[in-house]
Design a protein around this ligand. Structure first.
Ligand SMILES: [Zn+2]
Ligand SMILES: [Zn+2]
Length: 95
């Protein structure tokens, strides 16, 4: 399954509708895992990168970690992974 890099949808943070670009919940070398495990969200630009509390800003690291935790829990459940398997794939845990 390949995910689109932009989608007309509702922002998960502020609920505004529009054509929003994707955000990989697990970035860097884990980008492809994000796509494989459907850990991609479509936030509006202000919530993604623009606002001071956008998910890419250091100030909102807690928001970013909460998103990672949520997806790690979902993926481990959906794919029946234990923590060791998870860390083997993603390099670290956010739980
Ligand atoms: Zn938004
Ligand atoms: Zn992003």
């Amino acid at each position: 399954m390949s995910l689109p890099n932009k989608m007309y949808t509702e922002c998960p943070y502020c609920y505004i509708e529009g054509l929003h670009y994707w955000h990989h919940v697990f970035g860097g070398s884990n980008k492809h895992h994000s796509e494989d495990y459907n850990a991609v969200i479509y936030p509006c630009t202000p919530c993604h990168t623009g606002n001071t509390d956008s998910i890419h800003k250091q100030a909102s690291q807690e928001k970013n970690f909460a998103l990672k935790r949520e997806h790690q829990e979902r993926i481990m459940g959906e794919f029946d992974m234990d923590l060791k398997t998870w860390i083997g794939k993603f390099g670290r845990s956010w739980l």
